[in-house]
Design a binder for this molecule. Structure first.
Ligand code: CP
Ligand code: NVA
Length: 318
């Protein structure tokens, strides 16, 4: 049985297998064909942090696949009152077919998965947001930015250059995993002391040796964005860092993706953002709402990618 906790645990072929499923499920969805690949299956969704897109896409997704989703806020279940995660994992896991967990420490997710008798999906942790990254990759494929060697009938530009500008957070860490597994160029620009997790960086450099990925770390947003095919960013203060908002706004103020910065990218570059977005901080209104922005395509793709993840995990159950 496999879990989906981080892209670190997946090889390139498996990542592409999940995307193949997502692409085919999306095609059926757009043609109004119902594909009940998870008929009568129950997905429990546990949220220890807020969510809009993750909740709606998983809940709508499992329903459209013929199953049902169960939303569990940690405020309402015993987990929020300190019940040990290993007890919750075994109890819920004995009654449903799959569990999605949005939480804080990655170790908490790992402990949950260790005790769960059914596959567990990371719906975001402090360290990673892998479902979002597969979605971003699907969006890049659909925009013709990058199509892997496997045949997709979409014209594309070859190996892309992706610029991530901002905080070295769960999104930056996840971009590192995706780029280093798939093998494209990733430039990450963060302020000093806000670089991605050191252990993840060194793992990404290891994976890059095999995949041919090129990873560049800089403090200069301009250096990262020059000639890039994809420019992306994320909030400067993630969930759980609310107390640091003010100080972070000062430290990150040169890291806003605005018209001036975006003008350095390739003229056909696209802009991605996982949302929620803070206009005037990590991105200007004009870029978020502008013609290079693909953020709402990206948001909708959560639905399709996560169906691919659920179906893949379901198929890979022993
Ligand atoms: N991008 C993302 O995960 O959004 P939500 O926090 O709204 O789920
Ligand atoms: N880095 C952000 C992503 C939100 C989807 C956070 O963790 O809050």
């Amino acid at each position: 049985m496999r879990h989906f906790l981080t892209l670190r645990d997946f090889n390139k072929e498996e990542i592409l297998d999940i995307l193949d499923l997502a692409i085919s499920i999306k095609k059926d969805f757009l043609q109004n064909h119902s594909v009940f690949l998870m008929q009568n299956k129950i997905l429990a969704m546990i949220f220890e942090k807020n969510s809009t897109r993750t909740r709606v896409s998983f809940e709508a997704g499992i329903y459209q696949l013929g199953g049902m989703g169960m939303f569990l806020s940690s405020k309402d279940i015993q987990l929020g009152r300190g019940e040990p995660i290993k007890d919750t994992a075994r109890a819920i896991g004995s009654m449903v077919d799959m569990i999605m967990l949005r939480t804080y420490a990655q170790e908490r997710l790992e402990e949950f998965a260790h005790y769960s008798p059914v596959p567990v999906i990371n719906g975001l942790s402090d360290l990673f947001h892998p479902a979002q990254l597969l979605t971003d990759y699907l969006t890049m494929i659909e925009c013709g930015i990058y199509v892997p060697e496997r045949v997709y009938d979409i014209p594309h530009i070859g190996l892309p250059k992706v610029a991530y500008v901002g905080d070295g957070n769960n999104m930056a860490n996840s971009w590192l995993m995706l780029a280093s597994k798939i093998g494209f160029e990733l430039r990450i620009a963060c302020p000093k002391n806000y670089m991605p997790d050191a252990k993840i960086l060194s793992q990404a450099f290891e994976f890059a040796k095999e995949s041919g990925a090129h990873i560049v770390l800089t403090h200069s947003p301009q250096e990262a964005v020059v000639g890039a095919n994809v420019v992306t960013t994320d909030t400067w203060a993630s969930m759980g860092q609310e107390d640091e908002k003010e100080i972070r706004q000062k430290i990150f103020k040169e890291y806003c993706v605005n018209e001036v910065l975006m003008s350095l990218a390739d003229k056909n570059a696209i802009f991605l953002h996982c949302f929620p977005a803070y206009r005037g901080q990590e991105v200007s209104e004009s870029i978020l709402e502008g013609k290079q922005s693909r953020v709402f395509k990206e948001a909708q793709n959560r639905l399709h990618t996560q169906k691919g993840i659920m179906v893949w995990l379901h198929k890979n159950r022993a």
